[in-house]
Design a protein around this ligand. Sequence first.
Ligand code: NAI
Ligand code: MG
Length: 345
Amino acid sequence: MSNPTQQQIPATLIPGDGIGPEVTDAAVAVLEALGSPFAWDIQLGGMAAIADGGDPLPKATLASIHKTGLALKGPLTTPVGGGFRSVNVRLREEFHLYANLRPTKTLIPGGRYENIDLVIVRENLEGLYVAFEHYIPIGDDPHAVAMSSGVNTRDGSRRIAEFAFDYAARNGRKKVTIVHKANVLKALTGVFLETAQQVAEKYKDRVACDDRIVDACAMQLVLNPWQYDVIVTTNLFGDILSDLAAGLVGGLGMAPGANIGLHAAIFEAVHGSAPDIAGKGIANPTSVMLAAAMMLEHAGMKDKRTQLENAIDAVLNEDNIRTGDLGGKASTKEFTAAVIKRLQG
Ligand code: NAI
Ligand code: MG
């Protein structure tokens, strides 16, 4: 319900590339129906920013997030191989967004798996994503040898483990599973495991802890995902496992994510800019709406988060209004209108 007396919270909005503007428009519209809790500062990023001024991450965008400390971001297209460094990675580094929080929950019963409710906490700044990479040329092959070093620090491992256990304790979660590959990458992921286990000790009265090797975890997520509650893992493993987890609940159209640091947080869908369906008006806006819901809770409005999630649930499961990726016929705008109707109903 609209509440004109409520103070608006300044926040940055980056519409993004491809389907980005379509799905972020949808999220802004449902937030509006919730009483427009955010005062948006709209800024460019990605290809849209390159077209505008040549820089995929303009200074004005950075300055805005430094000021607001809060952003909702549409997906940004990153060229593979050459070209510029991922804007998403640059944003994480600039604002020290060390935690990537990706909840995965069944929203539509009757899929391959029922009642999935797990959370992946991915370390967002270290590991192999520091991309300390180079080639060693041999003979006339400039790419004869490719090398990459990963970096995990004690501090970084402690910070993310504390985030995961604290999240679990505050949200009534029972268990945190530390996922690693310390049997092979004994230093790189060994320090992560060792440090996370030290953190687990502090929480042992409230939150249980176990650990898994990443490949076994991937298999178990397919065979019996219900054994997991919260997973905390390093950057690359978290990237892969969170897409796998999204697949358990019907794909990328349903998966939100938050990038959280001490002074800023950026909320986004897990999916990318979906160039194959961009501009057609058929993208599923649920992921970015759910990201907006997480943003509401982060900004102290947990009741509004619940309201928005309940409205989405009602549209999907009672009104049976769904976009094409979920086997429905609704356009992005029709789905959005249905969520707004539920919020106002
Ligand atoms: P993608 O997530 O954009 O698309 C994968 C498949 O899922 C496509 O078939 C697409 O149509 C479908 N899909 C994605 N979101 C959907 C939605 N909301 N509704 C309906 N269908 C949806 O992944 P892809 O194709 O690998 O990447 C495209 C671009 O996005 C690349 O440049 C990539 O770097 C970028 N990307 C950006 C991310 C971000 O900004 N956080 C995250 C992932 C990729
Ligand atoms: Mg990814």
